[in-house]
Design a protein around this ligand. Structure first.
Ligand SMILES: [Fe+2]
Ligand SMILES: [Fe+2]
Length: 202
């Protein structure tokens, strides 16, 4: 398996959670109250699984490996991706800061939460498209099999050393529980759980 295939499998899980987040917002609007626990879990998933772990692999391993092969970091697609990760963090801060009040039914907090959530969903969907369709094929063109294998090993270390054993699985389980609750397909989460990455225990 190529290292970027792991990232694409993770994209499918993140997309599932983006749909869950939209449903959490719909519910908040119709109930005039945000579900605190679900919103906190969604934000925690985004911060840990999507940002620290997934974007961490891109920023810490994949992008530097592509730069080493001559793809410029500052300008061009890598710079755009880094910029979008940062924009995403701002949206997440915007959501997180409103959860308490929105859960008490404060209508302006609900509005700010949903605006930031929709901004995040829109940003991430197009970000993921760009990576899957432009950036990852570019990585596949410039990196040979051996370099891909090194990257794959580094990804495993991010999971075991940096995130801690079991963290990935814990967040997959959380995504599955939320998707089930909000009527979103869990099919892509199941595929991620059995993708054959070496950090998954089978
Ligand atoms: Fe990214
Ligand atoms: Fe990504």
């Amino acid at each position: 398996m190529k290292a970027t295939e792991i990232l694409s499998i993770e994209h499918r899980v993140i997309e599932t959670m983006l749909t869950v987040l939209e449903r959490i917002c719909q519910d908040a609007e119709s109930n005039h109250k945000l579900n605190k626990e679900d919103a906190q879990n969604a934000v925690s998933f985004i911060r840990t699984f999507a940002d620290q772990c997934h974007h961490g692999k891109e920023e810490g391993q994949l992008f530097p490996a592509m730069e080493a092969k001559g793809i410029p970091a500052e300008h061009g697609p890598i710079g755009v991706m880094l910029n979008e990760h940062e924009q995403g963090r701002q949206f997440v801060r915007g959501m997180a800061g409103q959860i308490e009040l929105a859960a008490q039914g404060d209508s302006s907090a609900i509005r700010t939460f949903t605006e930031n959530a929709h901004g995040y969903v829109f940003l991430l969907r197009s970000h993921i498209q760009k990576e899957d369709n432009i950036l990852f094929p570019m990585a596949a063109r410039v990196m040979n099999e051996e370099e891909q294998a090194v990257l794959l090993k580094q990804f495993d270390l991010v999971e075991t050393d940096h995130m801690g054993a079991g963290t990935h699985e814990k967040f997959l389980a959380m995504a599955e529980a939320l998707a089930t609750k909000y009527g979103v397909s869990t099919e892509k989460i199941a595929a991620a759980a059995s993708c054959g990455c070496s950090h998954h225990k089978h």
